[in-house]
Design a protein around this ligand. Sequence first.
Ligand SMILES: Cc1cc2nc3c(=O)[nH]c(=O)nc-3n(C[C@H](O)[C@H](O)[C@H](O)COP(=O)(O)O)c2cc1C
Length: 288
Amino acid sequence: MKTILGIIGSPRKLGNCEIAVKAVSRAVHEPHILKLLRIADFDIRPCRGCYACLFRKGECVIPDDLPRIWEAVLGADALVVAAPTYFLGPNASLKHLLDRGLSLLPHIEGMWGKPAVGIGIAGIPEKEGYTRLGIESFLKLLMTEIKGCEIFYSALPGEISLEKDHEPRLSILANALFGPALNPKSSVCPVCGGDTFRFMEDGRIRCMLCSNPGTFDMKDGRLVFEIRPGGHEMFLSRESAVRHREWLKGMKDRFLKQKNQLKKISVEYLKDGTWIQPPEKNNKGHAS
Ligand SMILES: Cc1cc2nc3c(=O)[nH]c(=O)nc-3n(C[C@H](O)[C@H](O)[C@H](O)COP(=O)(O)O)c2cc1C
């Protein structure tokens, strides 16, 4: 029996993200159990950027709910991730969790290549901004194999069930989860499948998902991207992910060598400016 983990980016209970994930699960033919995780229910604090987890088998120094989440992710056979668009991007929940992702790098071997589909929900047609890019970055950096990622337009909680083509589109995503990946409808990066590009001053483009540069052309009325993998890949192969992890670990030696010199430079800025402090909290956690 497979385990599908549904990661819900929306804080709204029985909102469109939650319903979409459950609809995908209902349409998956393989026998499975659906586990659900709403990111907003968990106490996840910001990454401190200390890199300690890389040297502690992924154990973070911050005592919060992160281990429970990674345990669920590691234990899943497949992921279905849904996030609402907030202000032209996926709401912060995915990024907030992803920022703690260094602690997953010691688990590359157990994580690599889980099938995953992404769902972005936007309330206003064509106003999803970079939601798809954000969800795909989350899925790539969680080392999954993206089988499909789709945007749905629904504003009110539950509205996703009203639109006629939504159910079949969710079923197509469900079939892709353990089957062949969806064919992209638009022109995408041939290296990673990303569909968002930066147009550079030198006339070249760069894929915003895999960060690789290239060129573009029109062929038979269709935009064609020529992108080549460059150096320092993070998630294009398991080996590249391992290389990235080892490179990050090597930064510790680099830091130790340069520590005194760096401190001398930075300490000169110590006294600049006046810090605004958060209000003091009483023992109920409220500002006093
Ligand atoms: C703070 C906030 C910002 C939003 N910004 C956008 C937006 O930029 N574009 C858009 O299309 N919808 C936007 N929406 C609408 C939501 O994407 C939409 O209501 C969606 O259905 C929410 O998913 P949920 O039901 O799973 O919570 C916003 C909603 C909220 C609460």
